[in-house]
Design a protein around this ligand. Structure first.
Ligand code: EPZ
Length: 429
């Protein structure tokens, strides 16, 4: 298993191109199941989760072809992919495929909408919490699907097609909003999704679906209206930049110090994180290339953060923000409100010399003068990158093992950071 070795204490200077968003690319790829024509996606990141989903979609009958590199293209440029689900040859997504990635459960929406049936394995728990699928089941039932759980699979049937209805989500779930919205595009009549998630990735999917001929309004707000159409067509769509990757490198720069431009990053999707980073002492400015992040000379102020659905502070930046706070001048509190078990990084940060105590959903962090490098273990995607951020500022060497977690969501992380002077390398074994 690969490890990442970092020698800390070097400020970051330079620029980092921000990739297409993993959490937009995944539902966009799944949307290809809704049409027999080709959906072309540009700026698709090269990530393990994206590869896994290509594999899962291939099992349903989706043909995938990658367009070659164009002249002058940066080696870190995203890929352009054609996805064509001419015929769905299998409406079943088995356990061995779905269990490795929760988002693959979302295929249930397009499959039942287009084919009138789907059998998708329950995704099970994962390192960050139990993550049930009750909102998906209730949402698809509201659209007229008959749903039963059979031997660990969710079986959805709507032989005569789905019928539009009002769906009120108990919480603004990202996955349930994606799934119900996709299913509703091919339902008869209007669906109203209330208490919908408002994340930029929802807006990106809605815009792609609209380009495919769907009738959707209200996306980006808490109520989404979908007027069903008999069929969708192919389209061409560019995946939006990854706000979590951008936020992560911004926090890395705030932690290590220096001056980094995040090429292609947009401030509008990062308002709350930018506000908190500025309070912590980072200078963040919008330039015509993206976002410029600087921290030169002065220390890091202790700032509290609480995660919340968009536009609140994202749970996917919680671990990285906590890493920054380990070096804060004073005591800060980080509260997690989305997932009940997303504190696996705490023990590993403590191994690097951080002072953190946990009480329920709140971590109290007492800033220390210096972190010290140590061997640490990645536990989930965002937790692992928080260890990299801490390692960039720690004295001596930090070795992060179980790097496959990082590869799920950060494209060529070592290359991007070493371009800015970080002493970081991958050790293959
Ligand atoms: C998406 O997960 C993201 N995944 C997660 O990114 C992200 O952390 C999360 O949204 C929150 O922003 C992708 O986009 C692929 P939810 P999702 O449904 O859709 C509860 C990363 O690191 N809930 O919005 O699975 C749930 O338990 C990841 O990239 C139910 O109770 O999250 C949670 O408390 C990991 N029943 C809350 O809703 C349900 O049926 C929000 O979860 C569904 C959700």
């Amino acid at each position: 298993m690969d490890r990442i070795r970092i020698t800390g204490g070097v400020p970051l200077e330079g620029s980092i191109p921000i990739s297409g968003a993993k959490n937009a690319a995944l539902p966009l790829m799944i949307a290809s199941l809704l049409t027999d024509e080709t959906l072309t996606l540009q700026n698709v990141p090269r990530l393990a989760d994206v590869q896994k989903l290509f594999h899962i979609l291939a099992n349903h009958g989706v043909d995938t072809s990658f367009q070659g590199k164009r002249s002058g293209e940066d080696q870190l440029a995203g890929q352009t992919v054609d996805l064509t689900a001419r015929a769905i040859i299998d409406t079943c997504a088995p356990y061995d495929l779905v269990s490795t990635m929760r988002a693959s459960f979302w295929v249930i929406g397009p499959l039942v909408a287009r084919m009138g049936e789907a059998r998708v394995s329950l995704p099970g728990g994962c390192a960050i919490g139990t993550r049930p699928v009750d909102f998906f089941i209730d949402g698809l039932r509201a659209l007229g699907a008959d749903i039963e759980i059979d031997r660990g699979d969710v079986v959805a049937r709507a032989r005569a097609g789905l019928i539009g209805n009002r769906v009120r989500l108990p919480k603004p779930s990202v996955g349930a909003t994606h799934t119900v919205m996709m299913a509703a595009t091919l339902a008869r009549g209007e669906t109203v999704i209330e208490n919908a998630a408002r994340e930029p990735e929802i807006v990106d999917l809605a815009e792609c679906l609209i380009a495919m001929g769907a009738r959707i309004e209200g996306h980006g707000g808490a109520t989404i209206y979908v007027d069903g159409v008999p069929r969708l067509t192919g389209a061409r769509h560019r995946v939006l930049p990854d706000r979590i990757e951008a936020g992560t490198y911004a926090l890395a720069t705030a932690m290590a110090g220096g001056d980094v431009t995040l090429e292609g990053a947009t401030s509008e999707h990062l308002e709350r994180p930018i506000e908190l980073m500025q309070q912590a002492g980072a200078e963040i400015t919008v330039t015509n290339r993206g976002l410029r992040v600087r921290r030169n000379g002065h220390g890091i102020a202790a700032v509290d953060a609480e995660t919340a659905p968009y536009p609140g502070f994202p749970t996917d930046l919680q671990a990285q923000f906590m890493a920054l706070m380990t070096a804060g001048n004073g005591t800060s509190r980080v509260t997690e409100t989305i997932f009940e078990n997303r504190f696996m990084h705490v023990q590993e940060l403590v191994r690097l010399g951080a002072k953190i105590s946990l009480n329920g959903q709140t971590a109290t962090i007492e800033g220390v003068e210096e972190l010290r490098g140590a061997p640490v273990m990645a536990t989930d995607l965002r937790a692992s990158v928080s260890l990299v951020i801490a390692g960039l500022a720690a004295r001596g060497q930090t070795e992060v093992s179980r790097v496959y977690h990082l590869d799920r969501g950060f494209e060529r992380l070592e290359q991007k950071l070493s371009r800015c002077g970080a002493q970081i390398e991958r050790l293959s074994s």
